[in-house]
Ligand binder design. Structure first.
Ligand code: FES
Length: 115
């Protein structure tokens, strides 16, 4: 069961929630379930308003490293991800620091979500 910790200056304190592994919920979906207000407009991976920083914690290598095509395009066009950085990360099978909360599907790994 993954732990997801939400952290933001907008919150009085960090909130850690337990998401059921295999539920295939997005960060945004879990945030909403627990009353965490991450900005979002389109919920389709197109506007970039839900961009968050994701930090993997624990000893396991990051699992959710693959971006959807919409997520790649939106992060590249918004400047949150440079083309060269993206290509280097993809070669190493690593995830970028910034992700779209509406597109990032939770896997069985502990993360901190900053927004
Ligand atoms: Fe628009 Fe996530 S809400 S990209």
């Amino acid at each position: 069961m993954p732990n997801v910790t939400f952290s933001s200056p907008k919150m009085r304190r960090d909130l850690t929630v337990y998401a059921a592994a295999g539920d295939r919920k997005s960060i945004l979906g879990v945030a909403r379930e627990h009353g965490v207000a991450i900005d979002c407009e389109c919920q389709k991976g197109e506007c970039g308003s839900c961009t968050v920083e994701v930090i993997h914690i624990g000893n396991k290598p990051p699992m959710a490293v693959h971006l959807t095509e919409k997520e790649k395009l939106t992060l590249l066009t918004s400047g949150k991800l440079a083309r060269q950085e993206f290509e280097e990360l993809e070669l190493l099978d690593l995830a970028p620091r910034y992700r779209l909360a509406c597109q990032y599907l939770l896997l069985d790994e502990d993360i901190v979500v900053k927004f």
